[in-house]
Design a protein around this ligand. Structure first.
Ligand code: HPA
Length: 270
């Protein structure tokens, strides 16, 4: 694994014209932010050595290097999901590579189902913490001390300072944001009503099929993390309706520009 990370990082570094510190992973259909990146170089995943290839609809699968709000960033448009069949080392490989090229702050986004009854469809949720219910752990197996400690601390998996700044940016721009705990589950089914109740009961505010593995690995590597989720449907008793992938994408599309604004301003303040 160390060799692969090195090889891929060397390839990506050879494409970089400047040292950058900010990495971004964009979730399902959440490519809006990517359209704001200027002076860009696009590298399709298929031309990056050792990168898995994204298969799910709505993911175009490319790495974008450029400037967001004037700041140098590297963004992944499309991520690798466990439900697609990748193992956790593959799902989190890009985070290892980002760290290896010098990225120290990771921004992540996703779409999720709200289980907090105060939430509304289309809400933006700042992720304050997560609960990992994936059946496989990304750090299972031999630990490479070069990559991080055997038993990583997760007491502040999402950086408190970044959360505070994001809330301030949202309030200055009159954007409604909610905060909450993201439950990461394997999918690919959406939840049954009983499962939504269960995720609420264990302390979740929203549930989705991504993000947690990448955030674990980012923490293992000592990176700062900021995450936002777009609430595309509600798993709240009385409000549960049938969900489809298309609806999730459509709601996601509408809320995206606001998320882009918050993340861009936040990145400018780092
Ligand atoms: N459950 C799991 N993943 C999701 C959901 C959901 O309700 N909505 C968007 N991604």
């Amino acid at each position: 694994m160390l060799e692969k990370i090195k090889e891929t990082a060397e390839y990506i570094r050879s494409q970089m014209t400047t040292q950058l510190h900010i990495g971004i992973i964009l979730g399902t259909g959440l490519g809006n932010l990517a359209t704001q990146i200027t002076d860009r170089l696009e590298i399709p995943y298929k031309s990056i050595p050792n990168f898995p290839i994204s298969t799910v609809e709505g993911h175009s699968g490319k790495l974008i290097i450029g400037k967001l709000g004037g700041v140098d960033v590297m963004a992944m448009q499309g991520r690798f999901h466990y439900y697609e069949g990748y193992n956790m080392k593959e799902v989190t490989f890009p985070v290892r590579v980002m760290h290896a090229v010098g990225i120290d702050t990771l921004f992540v986004s996703n779409a999720s189902g709200g289980v907090n009854s105060d939430f509304e469809i289309g809400d933006l949720m700042i992720i304050t913490d997560h609960i990992n219910v994936f059946p496989e752990h990304p750090l299972r197996g031999k630990n490479y001390n070069e990559l991080g400690p055997r038993f990583p601390d997760m007491s502040e998996a999402y950086d408190k300072q970044l959360i505070a700044k994001a809330k301030q940016i949202a309030s200055e721009n009159n954007i409604r944001v909610v905060e909450g705990v993201y439950v990461g589950t394997q999918g690919p089914t959406f939840e049954t009503p009983a499962e939504y109740r269960y995720f609420r009961a264990i302390g979740g505010d929203a549930v989705g099929m991504s993000t947690v593995p990448e955030v674990i690995v980012a923490n293992h590597a000592g990176m700062r993390v900021f995450g936002m989720s777009i609430i595309t449907d509600l798993g709240v008793p009385g409000k549960i309706v049938e969900v489809s992938h298309e609806e999730v994408q459509e709601i996601g599309n509408r809320a995206q520009p606001l998320m882009t604004l918050i993340m861009t301003r936040l990145i400018q303040q780092i």
